[in-house]
Structure formats: structure tokens, C-alpha cells
Write a protein that binds this ligand. Structure first.
Ligand code: ZN
Ligand code: ZN
Length: 310
């Protein structure tokens, strides 16, 4: 622990050279790490309800300030497991409105309120986010009424959030933290965004869901941490279900293969690449890492797991 802490404070990534596993996976010590930015993988899953991988959600913690990226199923329980505040983040950023990335949105809004949130937090995301928010609150209107007027005495209006439907560009800038939205292509979705986060000590790019993106490659060049979605190219095959013959085409139009990601990462040259939202189709970690190498990436890469910290 002492050695890992020394590595972190010396400004380097908390990773051992040559290993593809992080060596610092411990609860956030806000006292001693107060000045450093940490990335916490709250949920690395896909729509598949894997008990070990919650729905997509990533926290970037800067000096105790929590920024959330996507809110998949299980997000509140993962926030608690990571010892992060449960009464709301400083801001939430949503990559796109696919259900796996937003199923925890009502949970975040309402549970943070019940956990004594009083003020709105801002939520940034694509067109349609305003409508989604409005209808979620409408769906829970009776819950909100009873919790406010009944014996629970929750803070009136404390559940509110301020929604911002965004375009590409800088969407948040405050006290040394800048968040830039990058427009990416995710199949038929009109709006999908990756995000770049710049803090006083680190730069991070989170891909969200996207097919190989030139805009992302450009915006991510030389970044400290690249968190990117991926599927296994070698395992891609039609599925035995109605419509399953289109599965390979779906993956190619909506997502990025390990080989394609290897090609992108070879140009981006992140200090570390974290594979996230992995559509494995049975592929092992070794197969995915081999796919990256086949694409040309020989840098540091890790398979992201829930509650890991970087
Ligand atoms: Zn997804
Ligand atoms: Zn998606």
C-alpha cells in the first residue's frame, strides 16, 4: 500500500509497467489523495445483467468533487460501494440515451434526494434528455408527492435536476475541471457523445458507445487515460434468433472492434487504455488484448472491472 501510494503521489499512473492489471485497487483515501484525480469504474457492463458488471457508469473524482459519466443500472449501489457521496454528484454527463446507459437515471435523481440532496445538479446529454427527465419525474410523481407531503418529510423540490441538451464542444468548465463533448457515430442514434475531461493533473477520454471515431481519435491524442468500448472481432457471427443475421452489421455500425480499437489507440497513444462495455461473445481477456495488438496497439491496456480505480 505504501509503495502504491508513493507511485500515485509521484504523479505517475498507479500501474506497474508491463502488467495489464492495475496495482492500486483500494478504497479512495480522500485525505492522502486529495490533490489527485481518480477514475472509478462504477459499471463496466452492457445490457446483459451480469452481477459482476453493473450498467455503464464512470466516476471522475477531482479533489473530492464527483463527476459522473452515464448512469446504468446499479449506479447508486456502486457509488456506495466505492465510498462516494450518495447525495448527488457535482454534475452528470450522459453519452447517449440507450437504456443500458440511463436505467439508473431515475435511481440517481430520486435516491440522491432521499439521501438528503437539496439542490439541483446539472445533467448534460443529447437531445431527448429533457423529455426523458420530464417523463421519469412524471412516472414517479405519486412517490414524490407522498415523500414530500407525508411523514418522510423530504425536502420539497430537492429531487430536481437542471438538464442541458448539448452539442459538441466545451460543456462544463468550473474550478479547474473542463468537460468537452465529442460527437461520435453510434449507428442510428442522432446524438451520441464521447467526453474528454481535463483536470489540473490529468486528461481522460470516455468513449461512450461509438463505432471507430476520427473525432475521438483527434480529441484524445496523448491523453492520460482512454476508456473505450469494444467488441471481439474474432467472435463476431450472426446470432441464432429472429433478426440475428444482422448482429455483425449492428456491431460494425454501432460499436468498435478490438482490432479497430488497436488501430485507433496506436494513433492516440494514451498512457493507458481501459477496455470498457465489452461485448465479449465468449472472448477471453487474452483474445481481446491480442485483437488490440493485431490492430497495431502495443501500449498499456487493461480490462476494466467494476470498482477499479485508476
Ligand atoms: Zn451501451
Ligand atoms: Zn449504445
Amino acid at each position: 500500500m505504501h509503495i502504491a501510494l508513493t507511485i500515485l503521489l509521484s504523479g505517475g499512473l498507479a500501474l506497474s509497467p508491463g502488467l495489464n492489471k492495475p496495482n492500486l485497487i483500494t478504497p479512495l483515501d480522500t485525505e492522502s489523495h486529495a490533490q489527485s484525480t481518480q477514475v472509478i469504474l462504477l459499471g463496466t457492463g452492457t445490457p446483459y445483467p451480469d452481477p459482476a458488471a453493473s450498467g455503464p457508469a464512470t466516476a471522475v473524482v477531482v479533489n473530492g468533487r464527483v463527476f459522473l459519466f452515464d448512469v446504468g443500472a446499479g449506479v447508486m449501489r456502486r457509488l456506495k460501494a466505492a465510498n462516494l457521496p450518495i447525495n448527488g454528484p457535482e454534475a452528470l454527463f450522459i453519452t447517449h440515451l440507450h437504456s443500458d446507459h440511463t436505467l439508473g437515471y431515475a435511481d440517481l435523481i430520486l435516491t440522491s434526494w432521499v439521501m438528503r440532496r437539496r439542490a439541483p445538479f446539472p445533467v448534460f446529454g443529447p437531445r431527448g434528455l429533457q423529455r426523458m427527465t420530464k417523463y421519469l419525474l412524471a412516472a414517479y410523481s405519486e412517490d414524490i408527492r407522498i415523500r414530500t407531503k407525508g411523514l418522510e418529510h423530504e425536502v420539497a423540490g430537492g429531487y430536481r435536476v437542471n438538464v442541458h441538451e448539448i452539442r459538441a464542444g466545451v460543456v462544463y468548465e468550473k474550478d479547474g475541471v473542463r468537460v468537452t463533448a465529442i460527437a461520435v457515430r453510434h449507428g442510428a442514434w442522432k446524438d451520441a457523445f464521447a467526453y474528454r475531461i481535463d483536470t489540473p493533473d490529468r486528461s481522460i477520454v470516455i468513449s461512450g458507445d461509438t463505432r471507430p471515431s476520427e473525432a475521438l481519435a483527434k480529441a484524445a491524442r496523448g491523453v492520460d487515460i482512454l476508456i473505450h468500448e469494444v467488441y471481439s472481432a474474432s467472435r463476431l457471427a450472426p446470432e441464432d434468433r429472429p433478426g440475428g443475421k444482422d448482429w455483425p452489421r449492428y456491431c460494425r455500425e454501432y460499436h468498435t472492434s478490438d482490432v479497430e480499437l488497436g488501430g485507433l489507440a496506436a494513433r492516440i497513444q494514451p498512457k493507458v487504455l481501459i477496455l470498457d462495455h465489452i461485448i465479449r461473445m465468449g472472448a477471453s481477456d487474452e483474445e481481446l488484448l491480442a485483437g488490440l495488438r493485431a490492430g497495431g496497439y502495443l501500449g498499456r491496456a487493461v480490462i476494466g472491472k467494476d470498482l477499479e480505480r485508476y
